[in-house]
Design a protein around this ligand. Sequence first.
Ligand SMILES: Nc1ncnc2c1ncn2[C@@H]1O[C@H](COP(=O)(O)OP(=O)(O)OP(=O)(O)O)[C@@H](O)[C@H]1O
Ligand SMILES: [Mg+2]
Length: 313
Amino acid sequence: MQNSAWKKSHGTSPILSMTPKKPQQWLQVVGHAGSFHVGEYGTLLKKFCKGEQECYLKLMEDPMRPFVPVYYGVVQRDEQDYNMMDNLLTSFNTPAIMDCKIGSRTYLEEELQLARERPQPRKDMYEKMVAVDPEAPTVQEHTQQAVLKTRYMQWRETLSSTTTLGFRIEGFKKPNEECHTNFKRTKSRQQVMEALSDFVESNTQTVWGYLRRLKQLRQVLESSEFFRTHEVVGSSLLFVHDHSGRTGVWMIDFGKTVALPPNLTVDHRTSWVEGNREDGYLWGLDNLIDILTDMLPLLKHGEGPPIPAQICE
Ligand SMILES: Nc1ncnc2c1ncn2[C@@H]1O[C@H](COP(=O)(O)OP(=O)(O)OP(=O)(O)O)[C@@H](O)[C@H]1O
Ligand SMILES: [Mg+2]
């Protein structure tokens, strides 16, 4: 996590036809530190991942395109390859940003298979687990002082709202505040609502903006060929708003989104049983939309739906 990582761009971009957008500002809410660079012309460079590149190439041709950062290809810096995409913060003025991980499962079926075939107990994950709940590890895990990655992820899912609501808040950053990332135990509908109200600062206009965008996203996902044919795990929705009333939501992080075999499709709502590859993405999105809708009458500031011109799409 980089709380104040407003970075300057370095190097040159091959995209000469793009209009420069200012200011070149960026900050990271959650995720691996050191994976990103701010690029020129309102772009962001994320450490190269082949699977993610394959997804972005397909997404640029899918109806989902307006709901993901525009992808520009691979660039190299200091001998490291990066996927170059839009920096989604560029058109906002000192924005508030939230990362919500969507889906009822945060590990791929292939990771589960691998953990069974070649178990690699992790000491670092055991330590993270004990730090949150010393009672959580089994006797065997205590003896080994290590846990499998899939076991750690499953435990995190049940601790948070991933299992019960199909999404969890990973973190958010409001203007002039540090990043809030202490949501590992934010599990109940009530707790989630409180955290979301804090993020939107009880502003109904912001919630209306997010709801409108999320409903459009849901409609597009239900008709997308890409979505029907991929297991989408560990992907987040990035929520961004600022004081001008501008709101935006985009899908990010396709590092663990994998194509299904040709004869298989998923509906993203059916419960997961190993082998069916279901990820609960739309079930989580339904719950998130319901919760935001239920929040509206409880919030203090503003009334009624926003003026369409204020919405960033
Ligand atoms: N296109 C983007 N525009 C603006 N901010 C972004 C963009 N992509 C990612 N970020 C920021 O970086 C954070 C981490 O992104 P992402 O999840 O893609 O990285 P990661 O290293 O794969 O994380 P992890 O695997 O731990 O989930 C996001 O929470 C968000 O704050
Ligand atoms: Mg992520």
